[in-house]
Design a protein around this ligand. Structure first.
Ligand code: ADP
Ligand code: ZN
Ligand code: MG
Length: 490
């Protein structure tokens, strides 16, 4: 009997991303927020498919697509071709979607992702341009359609089947979202459906080299449903195969409420989209000069930032990646570094990605809206590093600044959080503890010297954790020695 561990998942992802252009792919209609805008307020004859209208290619959309394709290291086709993908659905007024099929804009790219074993390269099969469909709203007994989204530029990024775990799928999807935001071509706002996934899933039996039969799960609109659907599908296929059955190639839907994939159509019923070149559009020409000018304007990419943080700043790959994934966080981090160049980058990184992130998460705001500025972190870490406050106090200070603003130095004064190093003050505390704990002192004098830890704890506690531990240890040792020698005399 085969077990689950004899099979490993194989996943190829198709990612659809709306492009943040001002106007639609083939007409002048504005691209509007699909959640906020009144339905059917940004539509015209072209994007509603009236006969006799002619589409025109949006150059800006091509430029955005080029940004992504170049960032992924793809080969760009100097000539690519738009095609008609024919099918009938109420959200598709023309009866066909204009897409790229045989000759896509770009092929053969690479996307580095973070895995538990470090970095892995996921091959990109193709990147092409198409147009989005309208949106259906199902009410009880009837449906409504909003064509605002109809004709919005859509980029499709298709990976090779190189993803071998659910974690890798997550990492790839997160990485792509991050890349699209860096390139300023997509808002990354998953709640608004601006990035959608289709997952192709098969499983590979140990020792087998040919890929297994795959199924394709359509319309996954969040990371969460994508992950759940893929996990479900892997389990389903493994249980079919391990009981001697065969996986059928089919298209599946994901039922979020039931938590299962459902067959939509089998291979036999597969759509014949009757692709043919779009007769109303010329081939899309992209010349070298254009390619090079787009390439020269690419920003530093998230995976390049990660590499730089590792190589130049000595961060761990993990720490670097956590900061680099969001451009505004990466910029915040680098600004904090600029304010305190002599501090170890690792410490700054750590305060941002643990304590500050926790506060941001709790308040559910982005780093740009926080009262904590890069210089706040720099100042805070400096205060800890030079020994003015301990880590516990620093957390209190950070939270205080997060809620009320201000500078860490002021807050340390205001809340009286500075470390107590004054030997006189600390000696007084030590003596008080010893005097008020005769039993423990006897225990100590009877040879159980471990109890000195208890005295130490008491001193830390009466000083609210602010006493300098090394000074306390030293004084405590002195005082205990003193008691011992007096015992010897007496
Ligand atoms: P289509 O969806 O039009 O059939 P392709 O055949 O090019 O397109 O494949 C689409 C996706 O399926 C790609 O992301 C590819 O990596 C993935 N894929 C192909 N074969 C497998 C497989 N055996 N297991 C998992 N994914 C696969
Ligand atoms: Zn229009
Ligand atoms: Mg497909």
């Amino acid at each position: 009997m085969m077990t689950d561990s004899d099979y490993s998942p194989v996943v190829g992802l198709e990612v659809h991303a709306e492009l943040l252009t001002h106007s639609k792919m083939f007409c002048g209609c504005a691209v509007v927020d699909s959640v906020e805008a009144e339905p059917n307020t940004s539509v015209c004859e072209i994007c509603t498919g009236m006969p006799g209208t002619l589409p025109v290619i949006n150059q800006r959309a091509v430029e955005y697509a080029l940004r992504v394709a170049l960032a992924l290291g793809c080969d760009i086709a100097q000539t690519s071709v738009f095609a008609r993908k024919n099918y009938f659905y109420p959200d598709l007024p023309k009866g066909y979607q204009i897409s790229q099929y045989e000759l896509p804009l770009a092929v053969n790219g690479e996307m580095p992702i973070k895995t538990v074993d470090g970095q892995k390269i996921i091959r990109i099969r193709r990147v092409h341009l198409e147009e989005d469909t309208g949106k259906l709203y199902h009410r009880e007994g009837y449906s409504l359609v909003d064509y605002n989204r109809s004709g919005v530029p859509l980029l499709e990024i298709v990976s090779e089947p190189d993803l071998s775990s659910v974690e890798e799928v997550k990492s790839y999807a997160t990485g792509l979202r991050s890349l699209l935001r860096y390139l300023e071509v997509n808002s990354g706002d998953m709640d608004k459906g601006v990035i959608r996934f289709e997952a192709n899933v098969s499983v590979l039996k140990e020792g087998q080299s040919d890929l297994g039969t795959r199924t394709e799960i359509k319309n996954l609109n969040s990371f969460r449903s994508m992950v759940r659907a893929i996990e479900y599908e892997i389990d389903r296929q493994v249980s079919i195969l391990s009981s001697g059955g065969d996986v059928q190639q089919e298209t599946l839907g994901w039922d979020e409420a039931a938590g299962e994939t459902l067959s939509q159509r089998s291979k036999e019923e597969a759509h014949d989209y009757r692709y043919f070149p779009e007769p109303d559009l010329p081939p899309l020409g992209v010349d070298r000069t254009w390619i090079e000018s787009v390439r020269s304007e690419l920003p530093e990419l998230p995976f390049e930032k990660t590499a730089r943080f590792v190589n130049d700043l000595g961060l761990s790959f993990y720490a670097a990646d956590v900061l680099a994934v969001d451009k505004s966080v990466a910029e915040f981090f680098e600004e904090a570094l600029d304010h305190s160049p002599s501090l170890p980058a690792e410490k700054i990184a750590n305060w941002i990605s643990t304590d500050l992130f926790a506060l941001l998460n709790e308040a559910n705001i982005p780093i740009s809206q926080s009262q904590v500025e890069p210089e706040t972190i720099a100042e805070l870490v400096t205060l800890v590093d030079e020994g003015t406050i301990n880590a516990t106090s620093a957390k209190i200070v950070l939270e205080h600044v997060f809620r009320n603003g201000g500078s860490p130095k002021e807050v340390v004064k205001e809340l009286d959080l500075a470390i107590i190093q004054d030997p006189e003050i600390l000696r007084r505390s030590v003596k008080e503890i010893l005097e008020s704990s005769p039993d423990q002192v006897d225990t100590y004098l009877s040879g159980k010297e471990g109890v000195s830890q208890w005295f130490f704890g008491q001193v830390m506690s009466v000083t609210g954790g602010r006493a300098d531990p090394s000074v306390v240890h030293q004084i405590l040792n002195d005082e205990l020695k003193e008691l011992k020698s007096r015992q010897g005399e007496g």
